[in-house]
Write a protein that binds this ligand. Structure first.
Ligand SMILES: [Mg+2]
Length: 441
């Protein structure tokens, strides 16, 4: 059995922990430079705010409906994520961190009533961190994702699914008929990894619900779509066949994380791991033509090695200027690792995650101005950008940080050149001493 533990509306929930006045109000968190909505509270969803919708399109809802917009605070979210992951890790010997707010637990060998365990996970995470979660249990990862979707939706929209499936949903204890009813009530587009394009094509072929897909002919699906979709169907039928590597990517994040075969104790190996993971995620980032504005790095010891001292820190490094340059990402990830590492601990897992993603074109305007003076052929600017970045880095390393910067960025009023527009960012409550919350008594 697998569990999927997922924080509800993660970024908004992190903000609400420290600003309880935001509870019950429509809230969105905006991407780097306050561009578009990357997280929405349920109330904001009910107002019709869409994922990734530009802020200027919904700004009027601020006046009309009290919609509150906040700048993304990835340092806070990364730290809260780390706290939540550490708590959840205690419930099963194998935890696979899938995104900033989701992890799978492999419950092989875990005894007891799963729903009770799920409720305990929820209660503990809520009490210790203030974050609300949903938990789904099922024999495969794709089904566990679906169970989690049901747990969340049954809670948020009463009437869609049986009430007792809200918050914690265990497919393992549903009768075949009940499971089919749930699948019948769920659109095919809600399945993990079935995107808009595929679900549109499936709809055309008469496949609308999860149950339709489960009953479809796999051989035909493989021919018309892909092996990946075939695997998805097998998983929905209860046959586990999805590796970490062919699991569909999370929205808005790119992650590479692994458990080590043997505990790792030295910094050099960990920096090597961080570099390798960083170049892997950089590659994926460029494949999807995005840039990242922050790198989140974590290492963990194992709570199941009872005699070991525990240390599971994480750090979110803002990149200033969003980038897809492997060298910048490696350098940020390595520096983060050097900062996290403490001698004398048996680390069993590490991860590098790119967060605060945006389409590649966004940052281009400022760069082109500079690049155009180096190359008159504008079409050749793009492939040369890594070299430009490399040259900038080298100069800055030699003459000090911020010695050379992009001309158009310098007049943004910061000595280090570029600063993202973050007019609505909350304090970094948990990671900066000078920003800790003040309580008046
Ligand atoms: Mg979530």
């Amino acid at each position: 059995m697998f569990a999927l533990v997922d924080v509800n509306n993660m970024y908004v929930s992190c903000e609400r922990v420290f600003r309880p006045t935001l509870v019950g109000r429509p809230v969105v968190v905006l991407s780097n430079n306050d561009g578009c909505a990357i997280a929405r509270s349920n109330e904001a969803k009910d107002l019709g705010v869409k994922m990734a919708q530009p802020w200027f399109q919904v700004r009027h809802l601020g006046r009309e409906a009290g919609l509150i917009a906040l700048s993304a605070n990835f340092e806070l979210y990364g730290d809260m994520s780390s706290r939540m992951m550490t708590l959840v890790a205690q419930y099963a010997p194998r935890q696979e961190i899938y995104s900033i707010d989701e992890c799978f637990l492999d419950l092989t060998g875990v005894q007891g009533d799963l729903v009770a365990i799920g409720r305990d996970i929820r209660a503990t995470v809520l009490q210790w961190t203030g974050l609300p979660t949903s938990v789904g249990f099922a024999p495969t990862k794709t089904l566990a994702k679906l169970a989690n979707h049901v747990a969340k939706t049954a809670d948020r929209k009463p009437g869609t699914y049986p009430r007792q499936l809200a918050q914690v949903c265990n497919f393992g204890e549903l009768s075949r008929l009940d499971l089919e009813r749930v699948m019948q009530a769920t659109e095919v587009g809600d399945i993990w990894g079935v995107g808009k394009k595929i679900s549109a094509r499936l709809n055309e072929g008469g496949i609308h619900t999860v149950l339709d897909l489960v009953n479809a002919d796999v051989a035909t699906l493989r021919k018309q779509f892909s092996v990946v979709l075939e695997k998805t169907v097998l998983e929905l039928r209860g046959t586990s066949c999805l590796d970490v590597d062919d699991a569909p990517a999370a929205n808005q994040q790119i992650m590479c994380s692994r458990s080590f075969g043997e505990p790792v104790t030295d910094l050099r190996s960990l920096v090597e791991v961080a570099s390798r993971f960083a170049s892997r995620v950089a590659e994926k980032l460029r494949q999807q033509q995005s840039v990242a504005a922050a790198v989140h790095v974590f290492i963990r010891t194992s709570p199941f090695r009872k005699n070991d001292r525990q240390h599971s820190p994480s750090l979110t490094m803002p990149l200033g200027r969003p980038t897809a340059d492997t060298r910048l990402l490696i350098s940020a990830a390595s520096r983060a690792m050097e900062h996290l590492y403490r001698p004398g601990f048996n680390y069993v897992k590490a991860g590098v995650m790119l967060v605060d993603l945006q389409p590649e074109g966004h940052e281009q305007g400022e760069l082109d101005l500079f690049a155009g003076t180096l190359r008159t052929d504008q079409s050749a600017v793009r492939p040369d950008r890594p070299r430009l970045m490399g040259a900038l880095d080298a100069l800055n390393r030699r003459f000090g940080r911020g010695a050379v910067t992009v001309a158009s960025a310098a007049h943004e009023g910061s000595s280090s050149g570029y600063t993202a527009k973050q007019e609505r960012r909350s304090p970094r409550y948990t990671t900066r001493l000078d920003e800790i919350p003040i309580a008046w008594a």
